[in-house]
Design a protein around this ligand. Sequence first.
Ligand code: NAP
Length: 257
Amino acid sequence: MSTLLKDNVAVITGGSSGNGRAIARRFASEGADIVIADIQESPREGGDLTHELIEAETEARATFVECDVTNVGDLETAVEAAEEFGGVTVMVNNAGIFHGEEFLEVDEDAFDRMMDINVKGVYFGAQAAAKRMVEAGGGRIINISSVAGLEGSGEFITYCGTKGAVRLLTYAMAANLGPDGVRVNAIHPGLIETTMTTEDYPIMGTDAEEDFLRSIPSRRAGQPEDVADTALYLASDLSDYVNGESLIVDGGMTNTQ
Ligand code: NAP
């Protein structure tokens, strides 16, 4: 077994499904113990529970904590659960929602809900982990943004606002926490094949998929494992001098025409 994350303990919000599940499995394969913090245990895409799968396929320890990231107390409980394994060293603020919207029809409740999950959840998830990391002398925080946090789209304005906020929160947190040994970075996935892009905002398997693929130099959709490999780099010492950075994982879509 490779051991890039030996002696690490990672808390992963939204870790039951999609990108978070892939990140959890990848981290565990490199020796990290894992806390899955999610509102529900079952993967949206089906299959074994993520923490059970990890314990079956790796030597890592893993547990599930029911956590709604809009609730600060739940986030603190999730970080606290990591103490059983030695305390959080890597926090991945991954939980997020995405759907299209008609700007002129968005009401306050829909706006607040997306802001609460995508922005407040990242803010207080990072804060809960940072309290422990500063005390322990270091750690790594990885915030999952999106290419929608780099470019505006008229079809999902609120989502762009939340993911742009995650980008600048990341830079500001890196400035604040860097002197205490805590690195904070963001990942900006492009089109990744998860339930988010097959059901919530259907692209995969629709006519829109072809248009997307033409705009992606790598000519394929990303897989959750592509995001997980990037998260592994940011969580490990391989990225020891990478701080306050945005890493785009989109097959080249954003920076090309
Ligand atoms: P996903 O398959 O829907 O997984 C998201 C997970 O987060 C689900 O397990 C979901 O639980 C959980 N979750 C939702 N609300 C939560 C809350 N309030 N508290 C705790 N957990 C919550 O989506 P994904 O594609 O993996 O997305 C993960 C992250 O990647 C998100 O931040 C997303 O914006 C970002 N991202 C995705 C793509 C993409 O193309 N897929 C692209 C760019 C960025 P439930 O099962 O209960 O809903």
